[in-house]
Design a protein around this ligand. Structure first.
Ligand SMILES: Cc1cc2nc3c(=O)[nH]c(=O)nc-3n(C[C@H](O)[C@H](O)[C@H](O)COP(=O)(O)O)c2cc1C
Length: 548
């Protein structure tokens, strides 16, 4: 089958809309070929073709039926249209319609119609002209971006025209607002997310039609209105008050500030101070309850100070350089409140995704499981240590029952290997306690195994604690953050060592007849370790980031 992309943007290959069209076709092609239908794709860049305006002479109906009197690229375009099984009309919205050059192409399709008056079957308007060629099986998709924050309400003229031209309901649409954001590399995470949805739409279309769920996702704004409008205003690089051109680093800082997600506000204003060492300028971004504001006069008291060459910061924002990796290499330093860095993805960036034109939009149909929780791993252990200590026979049965119930109690969460290993280990230990009636030996073996789990995880790609807490630090991305990973390796080693030592001292203190003080020690020490953990996870990255 043949797909013809008609790229009607005057910007040719640099078109924002074309990125969507290409993603759509990629999705279509992959799905169609998987289903055994080879696909060939041809793209016509209208801006690079010679297409004169229709002269209105009707020579193509009267003098030379089916052939236009203008000698340019149009006859070969018509030929390609006739051969295509799917035509993807890709264009920007210009003055609420298609750009003039695409309208020229559409006008020049007159030879594709017969001159005679016929009944209107398009569902719109009055008169009609029958098609000269049979194109009943040709499918059509309109793909377009526009400059306002939403596509909603801006495409009435376009759909009216195509309703007349192709017939109401005879074509699909993918319309997206905030089109100029598609060329901003710093926003690639959100843009790629949207393009993936467009690809999905293409794949669904290859098998029939785009689902309502995907349509809803396509209608979701790239960013909320106020974030987009701030981004768009900053992008011009012109001071709003003076109309003067601003330096690139200030424009960039304003765009960064525009991405501030005010829902991340935690009850206290923060001031992020950016000092660009290579250009010698400093800006402050006030992150408040109602939004962000950029200060150029250094009049605020900074809560977090970043010292970086502008080029480095730009590369990080574009995703060319990992932020954590650059920090590890001391390409920039951070002083002051480091929690802002740890929460960066929540404060700035794609978490600020728009809520959509449709207020009832939900992310997707699949029941998404919650992130893994350390509670899943801890429930069996705590139940075992308490229940077996209170009453070996009954307690061990209770612990086994809890092991069996954990998958149900925590069913809304994804499980990780440490959850499964813990359930299995506690089940075996409980069975052993029940059969032998020896609670001392089995609870102590529990300490040892629990400690070994933590220590063993230090020899894997992801220390035990990281498997759970990484979701607070950007998810899988946190695995590439050396500060996060090192802090977790150190903590996993500390917890592992603590529980192995607990097993050792428990064994010896019981033997020496001091078993009664174990109740205090074995409960107090993890509490102290917990307090240390809370302090360490904040102190360690901040200490490393300050470049000391
Ligand atoms: C002459 C002109 C007219 C435009 N008219 C509109 C418009 O009516 N509504 C709108 O939302 N955007 C409008 N825009 C913005 C473009 O639709 C937007 O920049 C689009 O993403 C460009 O897509 P392209 O890169 O595929 O050409 C206009 C842009 C230009 C240059």
């Amino acid at each position: 089958m043949k797909i013809l992309i008609i790229n009607g943007s005057p910007k040719g290959k640099n078109s924002n809309s074309l990125r969507l069209a290409v993603s759509f076709v990629e999705g279509y092609k992959a799905k169609a070929e998987k289903n055994g239908a080879p696909v060939s794709v041809e793209q016509l860049d209208v801006a690079a073709l010679k297409i004169g305006a229709c002269r209105g002479c009707f020579a193509c109906w009267k003098k030379t039926p089916g052939t236009c009197c203008i000698k340019d690229d149009m006859p070969s375009i018509i030929e390609k249209e006739l051969e295509a099984d799917l035509i993807v009309w890709s264009f920007p919205l210009y003055y609420f319609n298609v750009p003039g050059m695409l309208k020229n192409l559409i006008d020049r399709q007159l030879p594709m119609n017969l001159p005679f008056m016929s009944e209107n079957t398009s569902g719109t308007g009055s008169g009609s002209h029958d098609a000269r060629y049979d194109m009943k099986n040709t499918r059509h998709v309109l793909v377009s971006t526009c400059g306002f924050y939403s596509a909603k309400g801006n495409y009435d003229s376009v759909t009216n025209m195509f309703d007349h031209f192709l017939g109401k309901g005879n074509y699909e649409t993918v319309f997206c607002g905030q089109g100029e954001l598609f060329r901003v590399n710093e926003l690639s995470d959100r843009i790629n997310q949207y393009l993936e949805t467009v690809k999905k739409a293409g794949a669904q279309y290859a098998e029939g039609k785009i689902s309502e769920e995907v349509h809803n996702q396509l209608r979701t704004l790239l960013y909320p209105k106020e974030v987009f409008e701030k981004l768009a205003d900053a992008d011009w690089g012109i001071n709003k008050e003076t109309g003067e051109k601003e330096p690139e680093d200030l424009t960039f800082t304003r765009q960064m500030a525009a991405l501030y997600n005010k829902n991340s506000y935690k009850g206290k204003d923060r001031v992020l101070e950016m000092r660009y060492t290579d250009v010698g300028r400093t800006y402050q971004i006030l992150l408040g309850k109602n939004g962000s504001e950029v200060y150029t006069d250094k009049s605020l008291k900074a809560t977090t100070h970043i010292e970086t060459p502008f080029d480095v910061w730009k590369s990080i924002s574009r995703g060319e350089l990992g932020g954590a990796e650059a920090l590890g290499k001391k390409l920039y330093t951070v002083t002051g409140d480091f929690s802002l860095m740890m929460d960066w993805d929540k404060i700035f960036g794609s978490n600020a995704v728009g809520t959509g034109d449709d207020s009832n939009y939900t992310d997707s149909g699949k029941a998404a499981l919650k992130n893994p929780s350390m509670t899943t791993m801890l429930i069996p252990w705590i139940a075992f240590w308490i229940a077996v200590a209170v009453n070996t026979k009954v307690g061990s049965i209770v612990a086994m029952a809890i092991c069996a119930l954990v998958p149900f109690i925590m069913r809304k969460h994804r499980f990780v290997i440490w959850d499964q290993l813990s359930i299995a280990a506690v089940a075996v230990l409980s069975a052993a306690a029940n059969l032998t009636g020896n609670s001392d030996l089995t609870t102590n073996a529990g300490y040892l195994i629990f400690g070994i789990f933590w220590l063993a995880s230090c020899f894997t790609k992801e220390p035990l604690s990281a498997a759970y807490v990484k979701y607070n630090y950007g998810g899988d991305k946190a695995d590439k953050n050396p500060l996060f990973m090192n802090a977790n390796y150190i903590l996993a080693a500390c917890w592992g060592a603590l529980y192995v030592l607990t097993a050792v001292w428990t064994f010896f203190l019981r033997k020496a007849g001091f078993g009664n003080i174990l109740l205090v020690i074995n409960n107090l020490v993890p509490v102290v370790m917990g307090i240390f953990t809370g302090w360490f996870v904040k102190w360690y990255p901040a200490w490393k980031a300050s470049g000391k």
